[in-house]
Ligand binder design. Sequence first.
Ligand code: ADP
Length: 294
Amino acid sequence: MELNLKNVSKIYPGAVKALDQLSLTIPTGMYGLLGPNGAGKSTLMRSIATLQEIDQGTMHLGDIDIARDRDALRRVLGYLPQDFGLYPNTNSVTLLSHLAELKGIVAAGERKEVVDELLNRVNLWEVRKKKLGGFSGGMRQRFGIAQALLGDPRLIIVDEPTAGLDPEERGRFLNLLSEIGEHVIVILSTHIVEDVSEVCSRMAIIDHGRVLHEGVPADALESIRGKTWRREIDRSELAQYRKSHNVLSTRLASGRTIIHVFDEDNPGCGFALSEPDLRDVYFTILGNLNRMVK
Ligand code: ADP
C-alpha cells in the first residue's frame, strides 16, 4: 500500500501558503517528514488525517480517495497528534479500553485481549494501574502509540513525538515505532534530524510547503560526501565565518565551538574533511533554498 499526495495546496486566511503544490509517494515503512517550524508539516499531517481540508490536489491511500471518503481513511488510520490530552485521574487500561470501544471493538472479551496486548507491546503493562497524570513524557507517548494502534491501522501518523523526551525514553520510543513500521506506513513528522537518521528508511525535507528533497537518507549523505568540512573555532569568530563560508551548523564539544561548512573544494585555513551526517544534508538543502529565496 502507498500514500499518494499530488499537488496538494493549502492557503490559510492571511494568504499563508502552508502547502504549495506538494507531491509525495510514501511506501510502507518508516518515513521521515523533516522540516523547520512553520514548514507545513502539521498542516499536511492534519490534512491526511482528515482533520482539515486542503484547497487543491489529491490524496490517496491505496484506492481510498481521502477527500471523498473520510470514513474509510479513518478506519485505517492511527494518529498521534502533537498535543494530546490524557485524563489524569484515569489509568491506561480504563482509557485504552474506552478508546477501543469508540473504535468499534464492542465485545468486552475481545476488547480486553486487544488492550492487554497493546499495553504489553508498548511496555506499559507493569504500570497499567498507575494514574495517567503520573506518567513521564515517554510513558505518555508510548500510551499515545498504543491508542494509535487500536483497530490495526494501515497508516500511522506521529507528529513531533520526541519533543521533550529524555535520551533513553526517546530511544525506546523510536525503537517501538520502527518495529511497527515493518508492516504499515508510519509517517514521523519532526524537526529533529536525528529522529530521521536513526529510524527512517525514506525521508522528505519540506519547507514553505514545498518538497525540497525526497529519498533514502544514505543516498542524500552520499551526495554531499567529500564536500563537508569541519574545524574548531573561537566562538567570537563565528560571525566572521558565516560571512566567508557556507556554514551548515555549529556544535559545542567540550566547551569548544565546531563548525561544519559546505564547500565543493577544500576551504583550507585549518578545515578538515568531515564524514557527512544528516544534519549536514538538511542544512545544505535548507541553505540552498534560502539563497534561492534571497
Ligand atoms: P509545522 O508543523 O511544520 O511547524 P504548520 O503546518 O504548523 O508547520 O504551519 C505552516 C504555516 O501555516 C506556518 O506559516 C503557520 O504559521 C501557518 N499556519 C498554521 N496553522 C494556521 C492557521 N490555523 N491559520 C493561519 N495560519 C496557520
